[in-house]
Design a protein around this ligand. Structure first.
Ligand SMILES: *Cc1c(COP(=O)(O)O)cnc(C)c1O
Length: 432
């Protein structure tokens, strides 16, 4: 039975990353309400939210503490500008973000992950202009994903999403993906190959490079391509050697998705610029930020023309800040990194038999960020596996033939078992 809501949707809405010729055939879920890790559709079905509503939900939906924080903020201040004025939630959140991010000193707010990346790229370029010589080149990785605005697309590396826009983009030098290994190659050997590529690019064009931009430890949108931490350490070393900045995009990996609060700490490095978004408001409201060192910030302080002429209307929206503050309080109270690490380990144990199945090519996981790459069984195998999981009460979303699992970080053990069990059955049903 075709729902009226879906007819109205198809008549009025253009969805992101969606081919509308197949939209209704795919039987999209009409989400009506949510509670904890559960989504409920308009027909009364319930699904475990196995991808944290696209990688954002940290403590489940409608968490009582976060709800209360937003309601309290709503009773006080809905929105006021951050241009020429400030407000207490914006100040308090900046302090809390810096407290969890040793080595970084200032917070510049933006709206979505893409707009944080956009701001970070402009900061990096302007920093070069104001500290010596303009360096109009960005080094980035193939298979990278940093969002969909044109600056972010410039440092992206996913052909299907990005190739069309090439004529419109910034100057970049692309190196290989440290996560794309040849059959049998170790992660460390692959990292060494890409480090050599980066060394060559920097040796040739290092003085033109304002920043090396990368997703730390895992290229998520490319299908959870995890890589060895030696690559991050080398990127830090080479950025320093050639006077470029290192910008880590923690929009997906931040707030304990890989275990520690930030993924770059797996390599024991400190970036010059860090972008965050997605999970910082616990999945409630759009808010993102660029964190910068004082070394970078200081280059913008002085004469009027040194100003960073950039900002969005809803920058540091107080309701979003209140959600983020409540999220970071809970993260501290419950030791979120320990919680996320334990959840990831449990997922790893439960996934072991599936990893040995001939239906599965590879399982890549760091903390809770997990990709199960299935053997192709014809057309849109990843999608069909997700559809089969949905029939078993688990909502998942694929990236090609990689099924992503990225649950809320406070998922209970029984729910984790249900999630992985449904996935294993779905793989079994679809891939024979
Ligand atoms: C999702 C994502 C972005 C873009 O964030 P939006 O909020 O969708 O604009 C940027 N970088 C990474 C690593 C992401 O995963």
């Amino acid at each position: 039975m075709m729902s009226t809501w879906l007819d109205r949707d198809a008549a009025a809405v253009w969805h992101p990353f969606t081919q509308h010729s197949a939209w209704l055939e795919d039987e999209p879920t009409v989400v009506d309400r949510a509670e904890g890790p559960w989504l409920f559709d308009t027909e009364g079905n319930k699904y475990l939210d196995g991808v944290s509503s696209l990688w954002v939900t940290t403590f489940g939906h409608r968490n009582p503490e976060i709800d209360a924080a937003i309601v309290a903020q709503l009773g006080k201040l809905d929105h006021s500008t951050f241009l020429g004025a400030t407000h207490t939630p914006g100040i308090e959140l900046a302090e809390m973000l810096l407290e969890i991010t040793p080595g970084l000193d200032k917070v510049f707010y933006a709206g979505d992950g893409s707009s944080a990346v956009e701001a970070g790229l402009k900061i990096a370029y302007q920093y070069s202009v104001q500290t010596g010589q303009p360096r109009p080149l960005f080094v980035h990785l193939s298979e990278a994903y940093h969002g969909d605005t044109l600056g972010a697309v410039s440092v992206g590396g996913m052909k299907l999403f990005h190739a069309t826009y090439r004529p419109l983009l910034l100057n970049t030098a692309t190196i290989g993906s440290p996560g794309l290994r040849a059959e049998g190659q170790t992660p460390e050997d692959r990292a060494a190959e890409v480090i050599a590529e980066l060394e060559a690019v920097m040796a040739e064009r290092g003085s033109e490079v304002c920043a090396i931009v990368l997703e730390p430890m895992v290229q998520a949108a490319a299908g959870m391509l995890t890589y060895h931490e030696s690559f991050l350490a080398a990127a830090r070393r080479l950025a320093d050697q050639y006077g470029a900045l290192l910008m880590v995009d923690e929009v997906a990996t931040g707030i304990a998705r890989t275990g520690p609060m930030w993924a770059h700490s797996h390599a024991g490095i400190t970036p010059d610029l860090l972008t965050c978004g997605k999970g910082i408001t616990a999945g409630y409201l759009p808010l993102s930020a660029v964190l910068a060192t004082n070394k970078v910030y200081d280059a913008f302080v002085g004469a009027p023309d040194k100003t960073f002429f950039h900002g969005h209307t809803y920058t540091a929206n107080p309701l979003a800040c209140a959600a983020a503050i409540a999220n970071l309080r809970l993260a501290k109270q419950y030791d979120l990194p320990a919680m996320a690490t334990a959840l990831g380990d449990h997922m790893g144990r439960l996934l072991k038999p599936l990893g040995d199945s001939p239906a599965v090519k590879e399982i890549r996981r760091i903390g809770t960020m997990t990709g199960v790459e299935v053997q192709s069984a014809g057309h849109r195998t990843g999608f069909e596996v997700c559809r089969a999981a949905r029939r078993r009460g688990v909502w998942l979303r694929p990236l090609g033939d990689t099924v992503v699992i990225m649950p809320p970080l406070n998922l209970e053990p029984a729910e984790t078992e249900l999630m992985i069990g449904a996935l294993a059955e779905a793989v079994d049903e679809v891939v024979r």
